[in-house]
Design a binder for this molecule. Structure first.
Ligand code: BGC
Length: 261
């Protein structure tokens, strides 16, 4: 546990499932107060909130579209109204659409960019505005992906968004470093979450993905949440502008693993 997180207030977007739920739960274990955002899955968000409370934290759930300014304002308001402050903002909500790029509709492109990239901008802007107005140090964590670095054919909108999140994170980390606001990203690899459920239900695809991971296994949401807790805590007090890859080595060029090349 990171004792400095005790009673700190966090907003987590996309908290109704997968990595967002795991981060909420972990923040509950750290005895934080958490605003859990969801888009459509109120039941999943409530389950996450119950786990936060069972672990010693506090939680409220808030429906909001992170691709809008009103949605992000509603999340900040929920933090202030329920818990009186904001310390940590996690831009976690995300989606992916698979399509050959020449067949990808503008609508689908816009959908992915609006959640995965614009949502990160709007969430960060909302948190930064509050931190600056209060003249307080703050902490922003953006959920990126190994695909901020690894090209991903047939997922170009997702890779474009995550590449954008990478440099957006580094840029605002630099822009607000003097104010004591730290901004970092997490780059998960293949994690056992609903986004991958269909793919991993197919044994051939599951084995294929595992073969791309030097550690030879799929990761857990809890392993990603552990990174979020560290980045949120003062144990990482001199860290800003990084992407913390939590990927079992997926970004290490696994095709070279037996000395080929
Ligand atoms: C994607 C997963 C994928 C993983 C590794 C993640 O960013 O969301 O669907 O399995 O990258 O390719």
């Amino acid at each position: 546990m990171y004792t400095d997180l005790n009673k700190k207030v966090a907003v987590i977007t996309g908290g109704s499932k997968g990595i967002g739920t795991a981060i909420s739960k972990r923040f509950g274990q750290e005895h934080m107060s958490v605003v859990i955002n969801y888009n459509s899955d109120a039941v999943g968000a409530q389950k996450a909130a119950d786990e936060v409370e069972a672990n010693g934290g506090k939680a409220v759930i808030v429906q909001a579209n992170v691709a809008t300014e009103e949605g992000n304002k509603a999340l900040l308001d929920a933090a202030l109204d329920n818990f009186g402050d904001l310390d940590v903002w996690v831009n976690n909500a995300g989606m992916e659409i698979k399509s050959p790029t020449h067949e990808l509709s503008l609508d689908d492109w816009n959908k992915v960019i609006s959640i995965d990239q614009t949502g990160v901008f709007l969430g960060s802007k909302t948190a930064l505005t509050y931190f600056k107005a209060q003249n307080k140090p703050g902490n922003i964590i953006n959920m990126s992906s190994v695909h901020e670095q690894i090209p991903w054919p047939t997922f170009s909108s997702y890779a474009a968004a995550k590449g954008g999140v990478k440099l957006f994170t580094k840029t605002i980390a630099m822009e607000y470093a003097k104010e004591g606001i730290r901004v970092n990203a997490i780059g998960p690899g293949a994690i056992n979450t609903p986004i991958n459920a269909k793919k991993f239900a197919d044994k051939a695809q599951y084995d294929q993905t595992v073969s791309m991971v030097p550690m030879d296994r799929i990761g857990t949401p809890e392993e990603v949440a552990a990174g979020a807790a560290w980045l949120a805590s003062s144990e990482s007090s001199y860290v800003t502008g990084i992407t913390l890859f939590i990927d079992g080595g997926m970004t290490l060029y696994p095709a070279f693993k037996d000395g080929q090349g």
